[in-house]
Design a protein around this ligand. Structure first.
Ligand code: SF4
Length: 227
């Protein structure tokens, strides 16, 4: 773990998967043909993967209407205001699978490359949340992500990056449209709570990645309109 400054922390996330662990993260059954691919690629993944994260404490200065001020920066979002109104302190983060697999050359043209990077991002996210809990006693399992709901668009990444500072240190850059590079990278405000998931307010009803049921009552309460 590399520490820079008093509150900003860079995590270099270890990767020592067993074949079963990597298969679970890839959502591959151990009795499927794809498990053989996971076994064949295991050493290359463990040797070359370089997921990282940068996290930073931030203070919620105030919430007024739809506007939330965090460390002096203002976000406009009904969801952010609703979730942070009773939250004095949050963690900001950018978490990435990194580009170690692309850089090593062993996965050129491999149709499993994106699956492995998705697995690395899931692993890195779990590691980052555990670090918040074990090192700082902070339950950061509730997360808000710019771009996951129309209410808090992707362009809010610019403010989030400015608040964290030097996100490039973990190999992540931000494009003109607010999306991040490498592709398997996510950005968050982590707050204590009861496992809030953006999916509960997301109207992409048939999304295959859905992690929580759509909550119509909560949608109406926060947005004041029918979905
Ligand atoms: S339902 Fe799908 S698109 Fe919507 S927030 Fe969840 S994962 Fe993202």
């Amino acid at each position: 773990m590399v520490q820079t400054g008093s509150e900003r922390i860079v995590l270099e996330i270890p990767v020592h998967f067993t074949a079963e662990e990597l298969a679970r993260l890839c959502r591959v059954s151990t009795d499927s043909a794809a498990f053989g691919v996971v076994e064949e690629s295991l050493d290359a993944v463990n040797e070359n993967a370089a997921p990282k994260a940068v996290i930073k404490w931030a203070t919620v200065d105030r919430v007024e209407g739809d506007f939330t001020t965090v460390d002096g920066a203002v976000f406009q979002s009904k969801v952010v205001a609703d979730k942070l109104k009773d939250t004095p302190r949050v963690f900001l983060s950018v978490i990435t699978a990194g580009s170690g697999l692309e850089a090593c050359g062993e996965f050129d043209g491999d149709p499993f490359l994106d699956t492995f990077n998705g697995a690395l991002l899931a692993h890195a996210t779990g590691y980052t949340i555990r670090t918040m809990k074990e090192r700082f006693g902070f339950d950061g399992s509730s997360m808000l992500n710019p771009g996951s709901l129309p209410d808090w668009p992707i362009r809010n990444n610019f403010t989030l990056f400015d608040l964290i500072g030097n996100v490039e240190e973990i190999g992540v850059t931000i494009r003109e449209n607010g999306y991040m590079k490498p592709w398997n990278t996510t950005s968050h405000i982590h707050f204590s709570g009861h496992g809030y998931q953006n999916c509960s307010l997301c109207r992409k009803y048939d999304c295959v990645g859905r992690r929580a049921k759509f909550d119509r009552n909560e949608y109406v309460r926060i947005f004041g309109t029918e979905p």
